[in-house]
Design a protein around this ligand. Structure first.
Ligand code: MTE
Length: 399
């Protein structure tokens, strides 16, 4: 069927530059892949309130909505962290350019989508978790002021990613032994914060990590990446804070000197009274956490036995055990684990509780991993509210 004028206009638009979901809506047509009407947050996928809480351009997974899911988070419930909005990039127009002083040749090397897909692939389960996940508890639990999106515990998801090891792409591009850093950049819009243009989303990664377990992923849970999660290709940096996993990657600088961007200088470091004056070193690994799959303020009937469920995860090592407390942290007992703890994933757990006394109560869960990391009672404050790992006091009402 010949392309309609609108469709031709859209195809020209797609060929020229990535477009946003709203530009697509304005064109009044759809590209080869079916795209629903853009959702409120500048995402492509719908964000029904039973699955998502929208924070500006971001969408947090309602943690209790994971209750009926397995160890992998379905794409339609996976949180979205967008600095701007989701660009729609056709796979035929997409190119990855690898360039910089850390390559043998002086010329940039390009990869098309088909070239990448024809290279040997790997699959790996990995969590993507925002460095600011659980940030809101600095204020609500510790009475401390922090800046940034007030996530509860839903800025995390687990998926099976398939793609090409980044090391293979770097070697094919002519990686030199003098290279120290690489820096992937996204093809989404430039980020303007407080009137300052920070440029495209990009963050340096040491070559050692890039050569270890990083993937250039084109599939999520057995399907092509959804637009909101980086289609056609994104970086997946297992165990590291989510910002390292650059979506819609368009180029990768390879450098023989250390690289910098606002995302490893002004952002994603720990600043504040407890930290060095220039901030901590750039953040790398995520922490250890647990979450109840129960709405905040859930009503639970007194005198009845309830099977309560949740999830536990740690970036450093597999989960060893989860303890729960139903009396505000005085007594603790072990929850039953329902998955074999593995690096990269999370573990579902459950515990029985028969509440006796009516009124408000707090449910606590505390994860310990096999490296000995345990969730503390408090997280040391940092002004941007990163890496909250303390035990969350989950409010319920016994009726
Ligand atoms: N990559 C680009 N290009 N643009 C972005 O806004 N957000 C980062 C990272 N990669 C971002 C990005 C952040 S902060 C996180 S936590 C993860 O993507 C979120 O991935 P998701 O939206 O697929 O859940």
């Amino acid at each position: 069927m010949p392309a309609s004028p609108d469709r031709r206009r859209l195809l020209r638009l797609l060929a020229a530059a990535p477009v946003t979901a709203s530009a697509l809506a304005a064109a009044g047509t759809a590209p080869a892949r079916a795209v629903p009407a853009p959702a409120a947050a500048g995402t492509v996928k719908p964000l029904p309130p039973e699955h998502f809480t929208v924070h500006g351009t971001n969408a947090e997974t309602v943690f209790s909505s994971l209750r009926d899911t397995g160890t992998l988070t379905p794409a339609d419930r996976f949180f979205v962290r967008n600095h701007t909005s989701t660009p729609l990039i056709g796979e035929r127009d997409w190119r990855l350019t690898v360039w910089g002083s850390g390559l043998h040749g002086s010329r940039p090397v390009e990869f098309s989508y088909d070239q990448l897909r024809s290279m040997p692939s790997v699959s790996r389960t990995a969590l993507v978790e925002c460095a600011g996940n659980a940030r809101s508890y600095f204020a609500s639990q510790q009475g401390e002021t922090v800046s940034g999106t007030p996530w509860t515990l839903g800025a995390v998801g687990a998926a099976r990613w398939r793609g090409v090891p980044l090391r293979d792409v770097l070697h094919r591009a002519g990686l030199s032994s003098t290279a120290v850093d690489i820096m992937p950049s996204g093809l989404d819009g430039e980020v303007v914060s407080g009137g300052v243009n920070l440029g495209r989303v990009r963050r340096p990664l040491p070559v050692a990590k890039a050569l270890d377990d990083v993937i250039l992923a084109y599939e999520m849970n057995g399907e092509p990446l959804p637009y909101d999660h980086g289609f056609p290709v994104r970086v997946i940096v297992p165990a590291w804070i989510g910002i390292a996993s650059v979506k819609w990657v368009g180029d990768i600088e390879v450098s023989d000197t250390p690289l910098a961007s606002p995302w490893n200088t002004q952002l994603y470091r720990l600043f504040g009274a407890a930290h060095p004056p220039g901030g901590s070193a750039p953040l790398t690994r995520q922490t250890v956490k647990s979450a109840w799959e129960l709405p905040s303020g859930a009503a639970l009937e007194a005198g009845r036995n309830h099977r309560l469920t949740g999830r536990a995860w740690s970036a450093a090592a597999p989960v060893r055990h989860v303890e729960i407390s139903t009396d505000g942290g005085v007594g603790w007992r072990r929850a039953a684990l329902h998955d074999t703890p593995r690096p990269g994933g999370w573990v579902r757990w459950s515990a029985q509780w028969c509440p006796g006394v009516t009124g408000p109560a707090r449910l606590l869960a505390r994860t310990t991993d096999t490296a000995g990391n345990t969730q503390p009672e408090r997280t040391v404050h940092n002004t941007q509210g990163y890496l909250f790992d303390a035990v969350v006091r989950h409010p319920v009402t016994v009726v």
